[in-house]
Ligand binder design. Structure first.
Ligand SMILES: Nc1ncnc2c1ncn2[C@@H]1O[C@H](COP(=O)(O)OP(=O)(O)OP(=O)(O)O)[C@@H](O)[C@H]1O
Ligand SMILES: [Zn+2]
Length: 748
């Protein structure tokens, strides 16, 4: 027996978290040779297959054998997940109510299956020229002269021939293949490469941030500056301070704002580009970056929201650019808000965090005004550029004729702008050709067969498309209902329809339509954004993609086609969202040498949001919105969670939603929260459950949806309440699903 204990000396019982939809860590036996520590990446058996996992805790096995525990198979060659990142994963799971394994997955997805690196091979001159010489071969040999080593592609490109010519020269002994060291994962950055001359307000902001980064510790800031104020230059100084301190920095941006233009500005300041992290980066590159970040070799990452889960080893600074952007909220899977979680990560890491925006969210602004965040402001544009002059076009009095969408005044000003060699942007936040197609003779409307939504006509693709489930059908020639011919008519405009109108009104202009649903994906979008910035187009027609943080120096006129479209929704943030979007899009005008203008087509020109945009009085708007939120107990003065109950059968979904609400109402109050009794008027410190109500879009992908809204005072432990409510509800049966969305950003 003691012999066995000796043999087991050093064996461990380890708790391992797997990147699957399970909250619990599983116990495994680790044989003595492994000597695992928390954070180690391992391979473990999971039912009939093998899985990646991360060690969460370790205890000595005390001489015992595996018993009925399964054994860890191997330790992977990956840098371990540090304690703060593990703490962050736990935190995100607790906050969002997602299974911990799914939160882990956000951190480890890039390296779960990382294949070993394929070695890089280079080619250089080796022997005498081959006996059989061709023109292409001669060009390759000429390109390889000088004793350097080149990749196959480089030689083939230089000689304008195929890769096969290079291979043939290797076979003939004229070239030889040599192994190259791996490509560096990121270039070295120099904090003093080219310091920008800053203006007074920029300087004050930069100094506050640099000293926070130097001192270390958790220090949150709001950097609020009008569009074109030069916020980027200010937070670049904070990045420089992090670099000087030997630390790392993360710049989060909405994915589409991560353009070549931004990377080049970064390179102009630091001598090289940052590491990029977004959906366009290849899997292999991501695995290498992940490792480089963990080892501290990668100093600065510019990334979309998922970069927040990278294994930084010495993170000194997080910047969340355009912090108000709804794109920071992940809607499916782990429903986290990257801005809010960035603040959490900064606190865990003891880092400075900068939330930057021209139009901060109410949440962030309230935090800045109450002194919880440092408040840095830039009140004027850099380089003495004026803010754009903004006017409204009242569509009731001065709108276009029927079937047209651009008012005569906007058309006239656009013509003058183009004639001066400047750029025009027509902004309409609607993809496709027309949001609704109907039959003139019987009134039939085309709806999605899976969703409670109209089909949007996409004329470029010659199809009717559902924007909720992606369902596509051909646009027929006869009405499927009454069989009338040529009776179908498009109602309302989308960007494609606007392009048609522009082609008639401005036949000689170079026009570009920019929309996220065109083939070519992110890469095409990035290229087109660069072309706009270079002045390759006279007219740009686009959705909100063009509004996000871009710098188009030739753009001097912005026409907002339908300023009111976002105001009618049931979203409690509708006014804030519209204010932000209109500010951002009009803020694209006049960033170059010539001053900018914006014309806003509105049916409600006296709406408070439109008035705030016209007057430029953001302060009054924010004050009023904040007051409304406070009175209604809405975030940030109270807390919300949405529960979306869905099922293929409407009755099953509704029954479960009602049971869930009853469970919520009948929970007893505890010291963590107080529950309002059903039917009674809630006190200010009590949690209430509103609904269930049929969701505004009551059917998506064939599933019927009901929503519950849990409204809690700031003092309540909302997550503890939600957990108790879900536990007290009957088990989900008959394909019923419940999705929890803490601090929801969308309300459909
Ligand atoms: N101190 C400065 N002197 C001259 N030009 C500057 C200065 N600071 C910034 N700029 C220039 O001003 C322009 C606007 O800067 P930037 O893009 O950082 O603005 P922003 O505040 O991020 O605006 P937005 O919120 O609209 O994205 C850029 O072209 C930038 O190079
Ligand atoms: Zn659909």
């Amino acid at each position: 027996m003691s012999g066995e204990a000796d043999r087991n000396e050093g064996a461990q019982i380890v708790e391992i978290l797997l990147p699957v939809a399970v909250d619990m860590a599983y116990s495994y036996y680790a044989p003595p040779a492994l000597r695992l520590s928390p954070g180690d990446c391992v391979e473990v058996p999971l039912s009939t297959r093998k899985s990646f996992g991360v060690v969460w805790s370790v205890a000595p096995a005390g001489g015992a054998g595996p018993g009925n525990l399964k054994s860890v198979i191997a330790k992977y060659d990956r840098p371990p997940l540090g304690e703060t990142l593990r703490g962050f994963v736990d935190w995100v799971a607790r906050w969002t109510l997602a299974p911990r394994g799914m939160a882990l997955r956000l951190a480890t997805r890039a390296v779960e299956e990382a294949a070993p690196e394929t070695p890089r091979v280079g080619y250089r001159l080796a022997g005498p020229p081959p006996e059989r010489m061709t023109a292409a071969r001669a060009r390759v040999i000429e390109a390889a002269e000088g004793g350097l080593t080149f990749s196959k592609g480089e030689l083939a490109r230089a000689a304008a021939c195929s890769n096969g010519v290079v291979d043939a020269l290797v076979d003939a002994g004229a070239l030889e293949a040599v192994a190259l060291p791996p490509e560096p994962v990121a270039e070295a950055l120099d904090p003093d490469f080219a310091r920008a001359p800053l203006e007074a307000e920029q300087l004050a902001g930069a100094e506050a941030l640099t000293s926070a980064v130097e001192q270390g510790g958790y220090r949150p800031f709001l950097l609020e500056g009008v569009t074109g104020a030069g916020k980027t230059e200010v937070y670049f100084e904070a990045v420089a301070a992090a670099l000087r301190a030997g630390g790392q920095a993360l710049v989060l941006m909405p994915e589409i704002a991560l353009t070549a233009q931004f990377l080049e500005r970064f390179a102009a300041r630091f001598g090289a580009k940052p590491a990029e992290w977004h959906s366009g980066v290849s899997e292999r590159k991501r695995a290498r970056l992940w490792r480089g970040v963990a080892l501290g070799e990668v100093k600065v990452v510019a990334g979309a929201r998922s970069a927040l889960f990278l294994p930084f080893s010495n993170l000194r600074l997080i910047v969340v650019d355009e912090e108000h952007e709804a794109a920071y909220k992940q809607e499916d899977g782990v429903a986290y808000h990257a801005r809010d979680m960035a603040v959490v990560r900064a606190r865990l890491e003891g880092a400075t965090i900068v939330l930057a925006s021209a139009t901060p969210s109410i949440e962030t602004r309230v935090n800045a005004q109450s002194g919880r965040y440092g408040y840095l402001r830039l009140t004027a544009r850099a380089n003495a550029r004026p803010m754009p002059r903004i006017e409204a076009i009242d569509m009731r009095a001065n709108g276009p004729e029927r079937g047209r969408w651009l008012a005569p005044r906007l058309v006239a000003e656009a013509q003058e702008t183009i004639a001066r060699g400047e750029q025009v942007l027509f902004f309409l936040n609607r993809r496709g050709y027309a949001p609704l197609t109907l039959c003139r003779s019987c009134g039939h409307r085309f709806r999605c067969e899976n969703c409670d939504a109209w089909l949007v006509e996409h004329r470029f693709r010659r199809a009717l498309v559902c924007h909720h489930c992606g369902h596509v059908e051909r646009r027929p020639h006869i009405c499927p209902e009454c069989e009338a011919e040529d009776s179908l008519t498009a109602c309302g405009p989308g960007v494609e329809r606007l392009a048609e109108e522009a082609a008639i009104l401005f036949p000689d202009a170079r026009t570009l339509v920019l929309s996220s649903d065109f083939p070519g994906g992110q890469e095409r979008l990035r290229r087109e954004l660069a072309e706009i910035a270079a002045g390759a187009f006279d007219i740009v027609i686009g959705t909100q993609l063009v509004a996000k943080g871009h710098n188009f120096p030739f753009l001097t006129l912005v026409g907002v086609v339908d300023a009111d479209s976002g105001l009618g929704s049931g979203d409690p943030r509708a006014a804030e969202r519209t204010f932000q979007l209109l500010n951002q899009v009009t803020g694209r005008a006049g960033r170059g040498e010539k001053p900018g203008r914006a014309l806003i087509q509105s049916w409600q020109a006296d709406h408070p949001v439109i008035r705030a945009i016209l007057s430029g009085e953001a302060e009054a708007f924010y004050a009023q919105e904040t007051r409304l939120r406070e009175r209604a107990g809405l975030p940030p003065f109270g807390r919300l969670a949405a529960l979306i109950v869905s099922a293929k059968d409407a009755g099953a979904a509704e029954t479960h939603a009602r049971a869930l609400a009853r469970a919520g109402h009948s929970l007893p109050s505890t010291d963590r929260y107080r529950v309002a009794p059903a039917g009674g008027l809630p006190e200010a410190d009590e949690i209430v459950v509103l609904g269930p109500a049929e969701a505004p879009i009551s059917l998506i992908r064939g599933r019927y949806r009901f929503r519950l809204l849990v409204k809690a005072p700031k003092s309540a432990d909302l997550q503890a309440y939600l957990r108790a409510m879900l536990a007290a509800a009957p088990k989900e049966r008959g394909g019923v699903r419940v999705a929890v969305d803490v601090e929801p950003q969308s309300f459909w």
